[in-house]
Design a protein around this ligand. Structure first.
Ligand code: GDP
Ligand code: MG
Length: 375
């Protein structure tokens, strides 16, 4: 799809290119020629200056077709079954996010499993009363926000960690804003409850001010008192997460369909090539499948679960380490399975061209920002 430039805008809205150029010069101080590229929003604004309402219609691209094919069809939706909830832990620095994640992971190491966790892949699953819960260990809410900005909503429930000796702090508030923007339910872990001199009334008041009045305080926000040091409250927290997940009836997937999901992290590892931790969100990913993720593609060579065990497949909500991609994808990028390697290569090549095109285009285009900063 060609970019909009002054010439094509002139033809589309029936205003002489010279008049467009003059207008940009006079009212915005922008010196451009007839071939200058315009961002869509800028073109719309400029047309509006001449009293023309411009509607930009995009050609349907192969990318649109691909993303649509990755959505479940009607029959697949009918076959949806509950999947484990995906949980992200957010909160102010030093309130105990990492400690809680570690504690939860250890609380569920099956006895006899020698050495416990041998490998950590940034996400793991634990079992509580026969039900699985998936925890994503994103490094804080920056990653959470960055992923959401890329359209990747991986989280079903947010655990908001609030240290009982500190209360609601700036990053607590930010985390609340992010969870609300994502429309994700919040369960509060009132952590460090083992410390002396905890003032529950003060914290409950602060939470109420954030529109998160605890159940114990007449509101409806679940609050679980935890200690990552003593382990107090961990089973109750898992219990509560199970209950909240059951109430969220949209936590569903179709295990029988080809896998789609999101890359959580990726790197290049000596001897193993590109290694990506992905979260399967729908379908089942299998060794031998051909996948596309970001600008990369490849046949799945091996899959490892969160404990470093080699597995042959990974179903919905399972985090898994994949090797076989030819390029390192970025965290937050969607992946999907396609029919064969030649199709995957075709998609990846189109995407790589687009990535380079964007990088080149950005330098020249008149953006809404520079349009306005000159006004
Ligand atoms: P994060 O920045 O939110 O990941 O916080 P950390 O997990 O790194 O914890 C920050 C500090 O608080 C560490 O020194 C932990 O040992 C301590 N800490 C975490 N949880 C608890 C708790 O439940 N009780 C007490 N007393 N200390 C805790
Ligand atoms: Mg931490």
């Amino acid at each position: 799809e060609p970019p909009i430039n002054v010439r094509s805008l002139s033809e589309a809205i029936g205003i002489r290119a010279n008049d467009l150029i003059k207008r940009m010069m006079n009212s915005m101080g922008l010196q451009v020629n007839i071939n200058a590229n315009l961002e869509e929003e800028s073109a719309v604004m400029l047309a509006m200056e001449f009293g023309v309402e411009l509607e930009v219609i995009h050609e349907r691209t192969a990318e649109d077709d691909l993303l649509e094919a990755w959505e479940p069809d009607e029959a697949e939706v009918l076959n949806q079954v509950p999947r484990p909830p995906v949980i992200t832990i957010l909160g102010h620095v030093d309130h105990g996010k990492t400690s809680l994640l570690d504690r939860i992971r250890k609380s569920n190491v099956v006895s006899g499993e020698s050495g416990g966790i041998t490998q950590h892949i940034g996400a793991y699953q634990v079992e509580h009363e026969g039900k699985l819960l998936t925890f994503v260990d994103t490094p804080g809410h920056e990653a959470f926000t960055a992923m959401r900005a890329r359209g990747a909503n991986v989280t079903d429930i947010v655990v908001l960690v609030v240290a009982a000796d500190d209360g609601v702090m700036p990053q607590t508030q930010e985390a609340i804003a992010h969870a609300k923007a994502a429309d994700v339910p919040i369960v509060i872990a009132l952590n460090k409850i083992d410390l002396p001199n905890v003032n529950l009334n003060k914290i409950y008041g602060e939470l109420s001010q954030q529109d998160l009045a605890p159940e114990e305080y007449g509101g409806d926000t679940p609050v679980v008192k935890t200690s990552a040091v003593t382990g107090q409250g961990i089973p109750e927290l898992l219990e509560m997460l199970g209950i909240v997940a059951e109430l969220r009836c949209e936590i569903l997937a179709t295990p029988s369909r080809p896998a789609t999901g999101t890359c959580l992290e990726a790197s290049i590892s000596e001897g193993r090539g590109v290694v990506a931790t992905v979260l399967v969100q729908d379908g089942t990913l299998k060794v031998g499948d051909v996948m596309v993720c970001g600008d990369g593609f490849g046949r799945v060579r091996a899959l490892f679960d969160d404990k470093g065990n080699s597995v042959t497949e990974a179903g919905p909500s399972m985090p898994v380490e994949v090797s076989g991609l030819d390029e390192v994808p970025t965290a937050g990028e969607k992946f999907g399975v396609v029919e064969d390697v030649s199709r995957a290569r075709e998609i990846a090549e189109t995407r790589r061209l687009r990535t380079r095109g964007v990088a080149l285009g950005e330098r020249q285009a008149v953006t809404l920002e520079n349009l306005y900063s000159k006004m």
